[in-house]
Design a protein around this ligand. Sequence first.
Ligand code: SF4
Ligand code: SF4
Length: 159
Amino acid sequence: MVDVGRRGFLRGRPRPKAEIRPPWARPEVEFIDRCTRCNDCLKACPQDILVEGDGGFPKVDFGRAECTFCGDCVSNCQPQALIRREGQAAWSHKPVISATCLPKQGVECRVCGDFCDVRAIRFTPRPGGNPLPEILAESCTGCGACLAPCPVQAITILL
Ligand code: SF4
Ligand code: SF4
């Protein structure tokens, strides 16, 4: 799938920085090779969470909303830079909660847990302090629903 022009492009210019690609994206090098930057996935996303990233390649902006895993981006990707294989998870990334998280500062807050449909954020009581959020990696789908509602933007995605 690599044509001469694209080889030249990849050799002659720095690769775009790694970003959160749309769900079911091929591994980064393959993805960059196949993606034509047509923006069809951006137009297809009913959540409007796909935006142009570095070099014009699509990335996810969880500041807008979460991914519902509808698959519309994948089915509209003609070059198959996004491809959904049976049983394959959309992503391997997980959210991380930083030290600015309100309960870690002694303030009661459970907003992220309230927005997590799959209940992947547990608040465990602890003696002498507010319950702290804990992300259950085995349950988390990486949908990003917890990012935007956090009042102090304490949650980010670890690539
Ligand atoms: S799966 Fe659906 S909601 Fe998620 S990025 Fe693709 S089009 Fe948007
Ligand atoms: S639809 Fe596919 S080829 Fe087009 S910008 Fe999105 S990922 Fe790239």
